[in-house]
Write a protein that binds this ligand. Structure first.
Ligand SMILES: *Cc1c(COP(=O)(O)O)cnc(C)c1O
Length: 410
């Protein structure tokens, strides 16, 4: 039985020219690249020139593997959800990222990036956060390593997400309010970029999803690809085959999805399903269904699909789940959408909330509302009885309890 978390292919492998793997210049088809102010170029370039080599280094891999095992608690189980499977008459496995330390997949990436920052000689970490989940995952690894941490967060978000702000403070991070613009994620990102421009030598900027200028989408995807790497050997143990018929994940910026798909991208028999947040309905004007509604544009340093007005202003997204409430999508997903390699499904708040309640009742697992979106597809999407469908349960629902309480009047 293979119970190690030894990472194989993706860390440091040569980037392959292809549709779904990034090219040397950072493109997935027409998407990706690095559209950044010139002042930021040295920082991003230093990372670009070094990241593959650092990841390929055996001592790096060893430290990454060890921390994933002993600190994060990997491998995360691949759990056969028997009662859910019976209900929908197909074989459903859950990839339990909710059981990771800090309660979601985000820590896979922050562990990887802090190790990378150390290898680059950085002594200070900055990050931006909207709902606070990425801020907490970053503050956690900074505490672990004893490295100074500054998290930028919109003033409005600070007020909305008090428990996560408290967590970051307990973990020793400084939470700096972004006071300009709409005082939310976009403004926090601008502040973080400004900070990085002013502190190019000692600071590393940890981006929290498979977005941003090249090499970030590839970097984050490689760290998160531990998810699909484990699914392969876990499925081999349970089903006698490495590939599921379908792999399903929710998409905010796209990191848990990219990690869940990575080792299946070139396996044609594996269907890839991406689930986006339709909010109050795709045509309601209050949604975050980026691919369905998006047009090509530039956001946070990369060319991708994003929700925008006819004259190119980014539209304010909406979803009941803070983690999916993002107007763009990572460039790999834009390419998966445009090429038809992945099927994109959008799920409303109502459908997601019902699916979260159902999973709680049927399996004793209260999911994050982001993850609930992925489970909601079974209501409308029929699978064959012998299909093996792996769904990534990206996070646990503790953080969303108040939203569940208010929604269902519990
Ligand atoms: C942040 C978050 C997401 C969305 O982020 P991705 O980068 O798209 O994975 C999904 N689920 C949970 C639990 C999250 O915390």
């Amino acid at each position: 039985m293979n119970t190690t978390t030894k990472t194989q292919l993706p860390l440091g492998g040569k980037p392959q020219k292809g549709l779904y793997e990034v090219t040397k210049k950072g493109y997935y088809g027409e998407f990706g690249g690095a559209y950044i102010p010139e002042m930021l170029y040295p920082n991003v370039e230093e990372l670009r020139q070094n990241y593959l080599e650092i990841m390929a280094d055996s001592s790096f891999k060893k430290e990454f593997d060890q921390l994933l095992k002993d600190y994060v608690g990997r491998p995360s189980p691949l759990y056969f959800a028997e009662r859910l499977s019976q209900k929908y008459n197909t074989k459903i496995y859950l990839k339990r990222e909710d059981l990771n330390h800090t309660g979601a997949h985000k820590v896979n990436n922050t562990i990887g990036q802090i190790l990378m920052a150390k290898r680059l000689g950085k002594t200070r970490i900055i990050a931006e956060t909207g709902a606070g989940q990425h801020g907490v995952a970053t503050a956690t690894v900074c505490a672990l390593m004893g490295i100074q941490c500054v998290v930028y967060m919109g003033e409005i978000d600070i007020a909305r997400q008090a428990p996560n702000v408290a967590r970051m403070k307990m973990l020793g991070a400084e939470v700096r309010p972004a006071l300009s613009g709409s005082r939310t994620l976009k403004d926090a990102t601008n502040e973080a970029i400004r900070d990085w421009i002013n502190n190019p030598v000692d600071t590393h900027y940890i981006i929290g999803s498979a977005i941003g200028p090249h090499p970030y989408p590839d970097l984050v995807t490689r760290f998160q690809s531990i998810i699909s790497e484990e699914i392969k050997w876990q499925l081999q143990e349970k089903e006698g085959r490495k590939n599921p018929d379908f792999v399903v994940a929710c998409v905010g910026g796209g990191s848990n999805a990219a990690g869940s798909y990575y080792h299946f991208l070139h396996e044609k028999e594996v269907g890839i399903i991406a689930v986006e947040a339709a909010g109050k309905g795709i045509d309601s004007g209050e949604s975050a269904a980026t691919s369905a509604l998006g047009k090509v544009g530039i956001i946070h340093g990369c060319k991708t699909l994003l929700m925008q007005t006819d004259d190119g202003q980014i539209t304010e997204p909406y979803s009941i789940s803070a983690g999916l409430d993002y107007p763009g999508v990572g460039p790999m997903h834009a390419q998966l959408y445009q090429s038809g390699r992945a099927e994109f499904i959008s799920i409303t708040d109502e459908e997601a909330m019902q699916a979260g309640m159902l999973l709680s009742k049927l399996e004793g697992i209260i999911p994050a509302i982001e993850s609930s979106h992925a489970f909601a597809i079974f209501e409308s999407h029929k699978f064959n009885p012998d299909d093996v469908v792996v769904v990534t349960l990206s996070g646990r629902g503790d953080k969303d309890l108040q939203t569940y309480i208010d929604y269902f009047k519990l």
